[in-house]
Structures are given as structure tokens and as C-alpha cells.
Design a protein around this ligand. Structure first.
Ligand SMILES: NC(=O)c1ccc[n+]([C@@H]2O[C@H](COP(=O)([O-])OP(=O)(O)OC[C@H]3O[C@@H](n4cnc5c(N)ncnc54)[C@H](OP(=O)(O)O)[C@@H]3O)[C@@H](O)[C@H]2O)c1
Length: 290
């Protein structure tokens, strides 16, 4: 074992000592599933969502006393809030931890894609997530404890090409988290603006391709897609993101938490903060083959 690693304190505390109950949106796949499995392994009771709870059957059968499947579609805000409220009641009135994780991509040129597609994406990923947070935080205030995690992205600093709705939703979510970090100061509530870099999930396979199949192919879009997909395939596994989230939750501090490779979680944010905008854009375009 690395000598320095021996000197580091081992985080012996279990998350269940700090968070007895958690609500995770998008628990059926990728990051949300890894977060849920990590929380279950830590002894936390989890209410996890999917649009089709068949996708949660395995977790429900392996953790019958600890895991509750919830049907939730961000596209139907009223039903999503209702599902959240019922889960919150059955968890005792307030969750100790709420992770706004569910989300999806749409890939296409902004002006040639139906505006309704972008509108629906921003309403689901930003509007519905804010509405869940509204209900969750009101209950956390009453309890004077709790933690809200909003899963944004490195796309806040480096927008992904041809994913304008996604970039808007994630930038909005990060601004929302920052507002709440300030508003909850001095309370027993913490708010984490989680910004993952690339992790190897099915995100790209689930991505909606906005252009009609009859539309002429554009080399620039093809190159961008190839770069996006290559990055995701070479990225760390979701379990690495869950380990990072676990460390952040144990710290119990509000703020921005970046997850991912050294390049994406450390160097890229530094570049975003210090490089002139023109150079930053030029590097991003080169990275994505534009
Ligand atoms: N993977 C990455 O590299 C990466 C990087 C930065 C940020 N993120 C963010 O991390 C989150 C999870 O992404 P992922 O990579 O794990 O993707 P994923 O493997 O495709 O999983 C997406 C999850 O979100 C749920 N979901 C999708 N659309 C939904 C909707 N309309 N309503 C409710 N649930 C919905 C899916 O549930 P069902 O389909 O079962 O309903 C699934 O559980 C997203 O917010 C994504 O933007 C991912």
C-alpha cells in the first residue's frame, strides 16, 4: 500500500449515522443507480425512482426492507411532485437526503430542432427538479436538517456541443444550487452542487437524437458525436462517482463538488476560471472536433 495512504484518516463513519433516509431520482441506471447502491451498502433507506419501476425490480428484491421503488417522470411535474410528497410522508415527513439526479440528453442543432423539444427538456430537468426541491426543502426547514444534492455537470463550465437544452438546464441547476447554498447558510441544511465530468453510463445510448432521420447528415455533428461518445466510453465507472459523493456527504458542507478524472475534475475547472474566454472556446471546439 502507498505509504501516504496509510497516514490518511480512514472515514470510518457510516452514512446511515448521518442520513437515515434518501430520495434518489433516476435510480434505475448509471450514476443514480450507483448512488443508490452506495447508500444501500451504507445502511441508508432509499426511495429510488424510474419511469418504469420494472427497472428497479432487482434492487427492490435484493433490499426489500431498505429500498422502495417510486414511479416518477420529470415530464409530468404534477404527478412527480405527488409521488415525491407520498414518499416523503412515508419517510416520516422529511428526507435526510434528496438527490435530484434524473436527466437525459438531446443532441441536435438548436434552430433545426422543434423548439418544443428544448422547452420540454428544460421544463423537466430544471423546472421539475426545482419543484421537487421546493417540497423537499420546506420539510427540511421544519426538521432543521437535511441535504439536497443537485446533479449538474461539467457542462456548466464547458457546454456540450449541440446540446443547448441540456446546457441551459444544467447551468440553471447550478445557479439554483448556488442560490440555495446562500439561503440555507446557518441552518442545519446543506446543499451540494454536484458537477460530474464524464462517467461511463448509458447516457449517450439513451440520448434523444433530435434530427429527423431524413435530414442530411452534417459532418460537424458527426465529429462532435464521435468525440462525445469516445469520451464517455473511456470515462471512469459510475461507482467512482458514488465514492466521491460519499466523501462529500460525510463532510456535510454546502458547496460545489466536482467528480471525474483529474483532467475533468481539477484541470478543466481551473481552465474555466483562468483562461480567456476566446482561448477556452477554441480549446473546447478542438476537443469536440468542431
Ligand atoms: N454520465 C455522465 O458522464 C454525466 C456527466 C455529468 C452529469 N451527468 C448527469 O447525471 C445524471 C444521470 O445521468 P446518467 O449518466 O446516469 O444517465 P443514464 O444512465 O441515462 O440514467 C438516467 C437516469 O435518469 C432517469 N430519467 C431519464 N429521463 C427521465 C425523465 N424524463 N423522468 C424521470 N427520470 C428520467 C432514467 O430513468 P428511467 O429511464 O428508468 O426512467 C435513469 O435512471 C443526469 O442528470 C446527467 O445529466 C451525467
Amino acid at each position: 500500500m502507498n505509504r501516504l495512504a496509510c497516514l490518511l484518516p480512514v472515514p470510518s463513519q457510516r452514512l446511515a449515522d448521518l442520513y437515515r433516509t434518501a430520495f434518489v431520482t433516476g435510480a434505475s441506471a448509471g450514476l443514480g443507480r450507483a448512488f443508490t447502491e452506495m447508500l444501500l451498502a451504507e445502511g441508508v433507506r432509499v426511495w429510488g425512482t424510474a419511469r418504469d419501476t420494472g427497472r428497479l425490480a432487482e434492487m427492490a428484491s435484493t433490499h426489500p426492507a431498505q429500498f422502495t421503488p417510486v414511479v416518477l417522470d420529470l415530464a409530468d411535474t404534477t404527478a412527480a411532485v405527488g409521488a415525491f410528497q407520498r414518499a416523503q410522508q412515508s419517510a416520516g415527513g422529511a428526507f435526510d437526503l434528496v438527490i435530484n439526479n434524473a436527466g437525459y440528453g438531446v443532441f441536435g442543432r438548436f434552430e433545426t430542432t422543434e423548439f418544443a423539444v428544448w422547452e420540454a427538456q428544460v421544463r423537466a430537468m430544471l423546472g421539475a427538479s426545482m419543484q421537487l426541491a421546493h417540497v423537499a426543502l420546506a420539510a427540511m426547514r421544519q426538521a432543521n436538517r437535511g441535504c439536497l444534492v443537485n446533479v449538474a455537470s461539467l457542462a456548466v463550465e464547458f457546454p456540450l456541443p449541440f446540446m443547448s437544452g441540456y446546457n441551459v438546464a444544467k447551468a440553471g441547476l447550478a445557479a439554483f444550487s448556488e442560490s440555495l447554498v446562500i439561503e440555507t447558510k446557518g441552518s442545519g441544511i446543506t446543499v451540494i452542487d454536484l458537477r460530474p465530468g464524464d462517467f461511463r453510463t448509458d447516457f449517450n445510448q439513451s440520448m434523444q437524437t433530435a434530427s429527423a432521420s431524413s435530414a442530411p447528415r452534417e459532418p460537424m455533428l458527426d465529429r462532435s458525436w464521435t468525440a462525445l461518445d469516445a469520451n464517455l466510453r473511456a470515462a471512469p465507472p459510475p461507482a467512482a462517482a458514488a465514492a466521491g459523493l460519499r466523501r462529500a456527504l460525510l463532510r456535510r458542507r454546502s458547496g460545489t463538488v466536482r467528480l471525474g478524472s483529474f483532467f475533468q475534475a481539477r484541470l478543466a475547472p481551473l481552465g474555466a476560471a483562468w483562461l480567456p474566454a476566446g482561448l477556452r472556446r477554441a480549446l473546447a471546439c478542438r476537443y469536440f472536433g468542431i
